[in-house]
Design a binder for this molecule. Structure first.
Ligand SMILES: Nc1ncnc2c1ncn2[C@@H]1O[C@H](COP(=O)(O)OP(=O)(O)OP(=O)(O)O)[C@@H](O)[C@H]1O
Length: 473
């Protein structure tokens, strides 16, 4: 197969001296053979070219007849603030060049041109353009039909979601992502960040219930050395880690009221006063919160601050449950099957008609994550090119790896790490089922027996779509 060569970088040379243009073009052909060089003898011509073509770098003289370089620079940047422009200036006009830098030129070179130095600067300028372009591409990871990269689903509800994600990404407001466990809330939070102007900054995901309540405040906001016994050094905290970017507080409904109060202050004042600090520090962090809890009920029980709720839900994104988007199940199933084939390096498989029907008929309490796990298990445990209905262990959630192996003794040989993860999945499911059976569905009792915190156990239950209800007598 013929390999495609990478696209050539394009440089636009702008100068009203045709001799200089043709001289430079000849020199560049020798020194920069991978580049395409375009030329323009004036500002207007240059602007026309830039409207029609993507150019990686503009090298332009300041002193030009019809429109000087600074004026052209302003026009270029009003259309594309990221365009890399290097200006050429004669001796004695250095001040002008400094002014140009202030107005957004990336660099300048002095005439007469010293070709080694110019080549070095051009390489650096092109490197800058490349990085900016990669970032732009990342930010516009939206396919022409409006679907976001990483997301699968084309039905009406998913289309509405993509639109809402894009709108949220274009603003700086706080976002509240609501939806049941496994519906893609984390994926959604990442998409809002990636499509926003903060995409170059950090994205910090905080699973609130996994941090014990008494540590959450110091983990989120940090502390100064000596703030409390054991604080033997300064600790920045997750909000500072997210400075310039986005923080996503997952399961916001589970955070203690004292932390809610502090969070409210951060939202109102955009500054943090760390434990043990004398003064507050300004921060620039966009907050996304996600929850599968009924926050309104929590408010009426006094467990969640109403004022914080209204601050958080400036923009609300609702993730549909999988049973609400049945038309997308075959697409998602195919997507996960392809993914697992790549992850496990196994031969291509497909679903039989009975398998697809079973997938579409199931109610999916654990949503997209449950679908993903079911497909992973089927692909892992059953060799052969076709996954049929019997291979999908949907109806019998209490499965032990042993029983699966007995039913189908021949397993595909897959990397040890993946096999182990899948067994951990089955083990966790079985462990929690046994635990809940023993405690008659009493979560506090189950947490006590397992030495897990109640919140940690609930998190596991949500992740595996296990409800305590059916274990209650
Ligand atoms: N529309 C989708 N297309 C492709 N993959 C998806 C989609 N939605 C979710 N997923 C995948 O499903 C899995 C679960 O998604 P995610 O962790 O974002 O859910 P969640 O709602 O945050 O779950 P929890 O509340 O339990 O933390 C992830 O592997 C994610 O990549």
């Amino acid at each position: 197969m013929k390999r495609q060569s990478p696209p050539r970088s394009k440089i636009l040379l702008v100068d009203d001296e045709p001799d200089l243009l043709s001289g430079l073009k000849r020199s560049f052909a020798k020194r920069l053979p991978d580049m395409e060089v375009l030329t323009a003898t004036g500002g207007r011509e240059a602007l026309d070219i830039l409207v029609q073509q993507e150019v990686d770098l503009v090298l332009m003289d300041i002193m030009m007849g019809e429109m000087d370089g600074l004026e052209v620079l302003d026009h270029i940047h009003s259309n594309d603030p990221d365009q890399t422009v290097i200006l050429m200036t004669g001796y004695g006009t250095i001040e002008l060049a400094v002014d140009a830098i202030r107005r957004g030129a990336w660099d300048f070179v002095t005439k007469p041109l010293e070709l080694d130095n110019l080549t070095r600067i051009l390489h650096k300028g092109l490197e800058r353009s490349k990085l900016l372009n990669e970032n732009k591409k990342l930010r516009s990871r939206i396919y022409p039909d409006g679907i976001l990269a990483d997301f699968v689903g084309q039905g009406t509800l998913m289309q509405k979601l993509y639109k809402a994600i894009k709108t949220s990404a274009n603003s700086e407001y706080t976002v509240l992502i609501r939806g049941a466990s496994g519906t893609g809330k984390e994926l959604c939070a990442r998409a809002v960040h990636t499509l926003s102007r903060r995409s170059k900054g950090p994205f910090v995901m905080v699973n609130c219930p996994t941090i014990p309540g008494e540590l959450l405040e110091s983990e989120l906001f940090g502390y100064r050395k000596g703030a409390f016994t054991g604080a033997d050094r300064d600790h920045d905290g997750l909000f500072f880690k997210a400075n310039g970017g986005t923080i996503c507080l997952d399961e916001i409904g589970d955070i203690p009221v004292n932390v809610q109060t502090k969070l409210l202050r951060v939202l109102q004042e955009q500054e943090i006063k760390q434990l043990g600090a004398d003064t507050s520090t300004k921060i620039d962090v966009r907050i996304i919160a996600s929850t599968n809890a009924d926050l309104e009920s929590k408010i009426s029980e006094g467990a969640f601050r109403e004022d914080l709720f209204y601050r958080l839900e400036v923009l609300t994104l609702r993730m549909p449950s999988l049973h609400e988007i049945p038309e997308d199940i075959p697409l998602l199933a195919d997507h996960f099957l392809k993914k697992v084939q790549i992850e496990l390096g196994i031969n291509e498989k497909r679903f039989s008609g009975s398998a697809l029907k079973k997938l579409c008929d199931h109610h999916w309490p654990g949503n997209i994550r449950e679908l993903q796990n079911v497909i992973r298990r089927a692909a892992l445990f059953f060799p052969g090119p076709v996954i049929n209905g019997d291979h999908l262990m949907i109806d019998s959630p209490i499965t032990s790896p042993g029983s699966e192996i007995n039913r189908e003794p021949e397993m595909d040989i897959i990397p040890y790490k993946e096999a182990k993860e899948t067994c951990i999945d089955s083990f966790t499911r079985q462990y929690v089922h046994t635990l809940l059976k023993k405690s008659n569905g009493n979560i506090s009792e189950a947490a006590r027996l397992s030495f897990l915190t109640r919140a940690a156990l609930q998190k596991i239950m949500r992740r595996y779509a296990i409800s305590a209800e059916k274990f209650r007598k």
